[in-house]
Design a protein around this ligand. Structure first.
Ligand code: MN
Length: 246
């Protein structure tokens, strides 16, 4: 009985702790909300569907690194297609839950959700990974984390460039924050959604699908990646690191 009372008291204390933790999580929300806003995911709670956000700069703002025509096609056609595909997958999954569509297609629509959902999120991060005013290199805690994780900024960029260049087929190169080890990693993804560690926060990404560079660079993916490194939005990437690691 005595033990039970203690357990009950412990349980009540635990609930108290959970409530405090919950309050802390809520107070931490604005930071992560700011991070998501920076990604401009275009989610509309009213319709429960996604919209295509505009580019954060003019179509020609990244010239000469990335040409205007590529940016127009990439944003207005390719990225828009992923937003449509994501919403379509959500529509069909709604219909399956409500019983108006056959559950036998749930595997197909789940795959579509992952592909188009990742396609949309990846492009939102990609546009914000670049800027016409690349500005100063990483400083402070972000610079420290790069040094701790890679040895130096140059070593990180060398790995990022090599990983991006060697993506097999269509995919992405990433700088990510791994929250359980609290360190940075360079990763690849194939297509949009394959090859990751669940829970990592993407800080900076480069699209190495041919549609991202072929008009200007043809088969010279390495030249396109080198150009990307001259237009990295270091301030934005630093903010994403601060939000992810706070
Ligand atoms: Mn793309």
């Amino acid at each position: 009985m005595h033990t039970q009372q203690i357990d009950r008291r412990t349980a009540i204390t635990s609930i108290g702790v959970a409530a405090v933790a919950g309050a802390a999580a809520l107070s931490a929300r604005p930071v992560h909300a700011a991070m998501l806003a920076d990604e401009q995911t275009g989610f509309d709670p009213a319709t429960n569907r996604y919209t295509l956000p505009p580019l954060p700069y003019a179509y020609n703002a990244l010239e000469p690194a990335i040409d205007e025509q590529t940016m127009r096609l990439h944003h207005d056609k390719h990225h828009a297609g992923y937003v449509r595909g994501l919403n379509k997958a959500l529509d069909h999954l709604d219909a399956i839950r409500s019983g108006s569509e056959d559950t036998s297609l749930i595997k197909h629509w789940s795959r579509e959700l992952a592909f188009h959902g990742s396609g949309h999120r990846n492009h939102s991060i990609f546009w914000n990974s670049m800027t016409p005013d690349s500005g100063s290199k990483p400083e402070g805690a972000f610079a420290d984390a790069i040094k701790a994780s890679f040895g130096s900024l140059d070593a990180m960029l060398a790995q990022f460039n090599a990983a991006s260049k060697s993506v097999e087929g269509s995919g992405w190169g990433w700088l990510v924050y791994e929250p359980t080890a609290r360190k940075l990693l360079v990763m690849q993804s194939e297509k949009h959604q394959n090859l990751t560690i669940w829970g990592v926060v993407p800080l900076m990404g480069i699209d190495v699908w041919e549609h991202a560079y072929y008009l200007k660079y043809q088969n010279r993916r390495a030249d396109y990646i080198a150009a990307f490194t001259t237009i990295i939005n270091w301030a934005g990437v630093s903010q994403r690191f601060a939000a992810a690691s706070s």
